[in-house]
Design a protein around this ligand. Structure first.
Ligand SMILES: Cc1cc2nc3c(=O)[nH]c(=O)nc-3n(C[C@H](O)[C@H](O)[C@H](O)COP(=O)(O)O)c2cc1C
Length: 355
């Protein structure tokens, strides 16, 4: 249940923001989804709720934002809805601004009607066993079996976003936990993460005619200065490239090196990735200093800054706590959320430049 941290929060226009994932009880057709979203939009508009719904491969990922009391009421309805189950809340916050202010409910979906993906619902038990399998293969550095395994899942109808969200990111966290529990060496962890990186790269990204494409946007995908684990950043590179973005990458050692690359390239957006395996809670002040520094470097060119990694996936830190505009909970669907943020930032700039 979301609660405003103070009474002032409501009066200052702060709103609640909830993100969850769930599994569809039966794979919806494109028209089922259209009906669901049409009704949802009408109700969301009445309630002053905005948000986004992604459906892929049997999995829903939804972000909802709005006044706390209205969102709590809606959330009670959604939780009872028998069209999905295994609902897992990924984050709930009180935030000062909306991410999807222009959308009663933005839909991005790839349903079983699409020829490219005959996605089946995945059972939670099967997902758990796949994660254990993949963790074992990654720790044994068995790249051939990893690639065969991922290819077989895609043949079964798993989509690239489902593989990233349900398998690769949880496996990275399992590898981090194995290292923290002294069950593997740092070397094993590093090798395991590179195996996942290769697997993520091998995931065939389907070119979907319905996908939102933004050929005009440019993003710099960077690891946080000094961050050794580059899994999330490389998975984003494939996804943003497929979505039509111009993509540059940076693996800087210092905040100065990152700022230099940023001011030379002037991208619309910057993503700074932390490890997907390790919690990295101690880096919050350093990341904040990096973001403050890079903002100064691009003060003449508005740049949307997002952050990601296990620290944010587990809501141990928020975008606000490091001075970013957005914290991604998963690499899946990130290009859609970033496109919306860039669009809003450009619209704000155009408004402010009007005489
Ligand atoms: C994945 C999923 C997301 C949904 N999102 C919304 C939404 O954003 N807004 C909405 O009004 N209903 C949404 N619904 C439908 C609600 O669960 C519910 O059917 C609807 O609000 C009617 O609620 P009621 O039966 O309590 O009146 C969603 C359903 C599912 C399965």
């Amino acid at each position: 249940m979301l609660q405003n941290s103070s009474n002032n929060a409501a009066s200052d226009g702060w709103i609640a923001c909830l993100t969850y994932k769930s599994l569809a009880t039966a794979a919806p057709s494109a028209s089922d989804l259209q009906v669901l979203v049409r009704r949802a939009r009408a109700r969301n508009r009445q309630l002053g709720v905005t948000g986004m719904l992604i459906y892929e491969g049997g999995t829903f990922l939804q972000t909802l934002e709005g006044p706390t009391d209205k969102l709590n009421g809606l959330w009670s309805s959604i939780k009872k809805d028998t069209r999905h189950d295994h609902i897992e809340v990924l984050s709930e916050h009180i935030v000062p601004t909306r991410l999807f202010s222009d959308w009663d409910l933005m839909l991005h979906s790839r349903t079983d009607d699409a020829p490219a993906a005959k996605a089946k619902r995945q059972s939670p038990r099967a997902i758990k066993s796949h994660i254990e399998n993949l963790t074992g293969l990654a720790l044994n550095a068995d790249d051939i079996r990893i690639n065969t395994f991922i290819a077989s899942l895609q043949d079964e109808g798993w989509t690239s976003d489902a593989i990233v969200l349900l398998l690769i990111e949880p496996t990275a966290r399992a590898l981090g936990d194995a290292w923290l529990a002294d069950e593997c060496s740092e070397f094993d962890l590093t090798i395991g993460l590179s195996m996942l990186q290769l697997a993520g790269h091998a995931v065939r990204h389907y070119k979907d005619a319905n996908a939102i494409r933004n050929t005009q946007y440019k993003i710099l995908l960077a690891t946080a200065p000094g961050e050794q684990h580059i899994l999330g950043t490389t998975m984003l590179a494939d996804q943003f490239t497929d979505a039509g973005w111009r993509v540059d990458m940076a693996f800087p050692d210092t905040k100065e090196a990152l700022a230099n690359q940023l001011s030379a390239q002037h991208p619309d957006a910057l993503d700074i990735g932390l490890s997907d395996a390790m919690p990295r809670t101690h880096v919050v002040p350093r990341l904040r200093a990096t973001i403050d520094y890079t903002r100064l470097a691009v003060s003449d060119h508005p740049t949307v800054i997002s952050v990601g990694g296990r620290l944010f996936a587990e809501a141990a830190a928020t975008a606000g706590s490091v001075g970013a505009d957005h914290a991604r909970l998963t690499a899946a669907g990130a290009s859609i959320r970033m496109a919306e943020l860039v669009r809003q930032s450009r619209a704000r700039r155009a408004m402010s430049e009007q005489p």
